[in-house]
Design a protein around this ligand. Structure first.
Ligand code: AMP
Length: 194
């Protein structure tokens, strides 16, 4: 099994690049943002609770997202591996993920961090908001989301750096150039299926 974390601030292109990676390497995509939005759309109890945080640009409590990840891992025992997108977002989530994967004896092998200048992030998310219909893609909420990223999520990069797993992709790259840079690193770990 090959487990990969795609790391970066809101608007850094994690969703877009996940789609490219999962197609090329046959991995299973786990996006906590997508899972939470689906709970909200289905008006489940979890979704109604999570919506309060999402709409304010705040992180949903750790125990909620860790529970969702645990269920997803159990549902896909035969996966070739997982891409974690938008998770872990706190050091507590990263520790919980390591514990869950230790139990399955399939650790995180690689963490790819997408670094994009802040003005570009805000520009992209506001542009996306026009078509995405996402309630949290507004200028005011985006500022909150970036604040949460800086205070709670950025330390996760150090957590993985200390484990020797972090690789940073930086520069003013378009979608294709970013994927080429990511592929070059992933190819050192796993063969493409397509
Ligand atoms: P995303 O689609 O990854 O940008 O996530 C959208 C929103 O969902 C975030 O602003 C958070 O409110 C919530 N969310 C997604 N993933 C997580 C996570 N791993 N931990 C806490 N909250 C999350």
């Amino acid at each position: 099994m090959f487990n990969l974390v795609l790391f970066g601030p809101p608007g850094s292109g994690k969703g877009t690049q996940s789609a490219n990676i999962l197609q090329t390497y046959g991995l299973k995509h786990i996006s906590t943002g997508d899972l939470l939005r689906s709970e909200v759309a289905n008006q489940t109890l979890l979704g109604l609770e999570a919506k309060k945080f999402i709409d304010q640009g705040l992180l949903v409590p750790d125990e909620v997202v860790i529970g969702m990840i645990s269920s997803m891992l159990d549902e896909c025992p035969d996966a070739r591996g997982f891409i974690f997108d938008g998770f872990p977002r706190t050091v507590e989530q990263a520790t919980a993920l390591d514990n869950l994967l230790d139990f399955k004896q399939t650790p995180i092998q690689l963490v790819l961090s997408l670094e994009v200048p802040q003005e570009e992030l805000t520009r992209r998310i506001i542009a996306r908001g026009i078509t995405s219909g996402r309630t949290d893609d507004t200028e005011e909420v985006v500022a909150k989301r970036i604040g949460e990223y800086k205070s709670k999520t950025a330390p996760v990069a150090d957590y993985y750096k200390a484990q020797g797993k972090l690789k940073v992709i930086t520069g003013d790259l378009n979608i294709e150039q970013t994927f080429t840079a990511l592929k070059k690193i992933i190819d050192q770990h796993i063969l493409p299926v397509a």
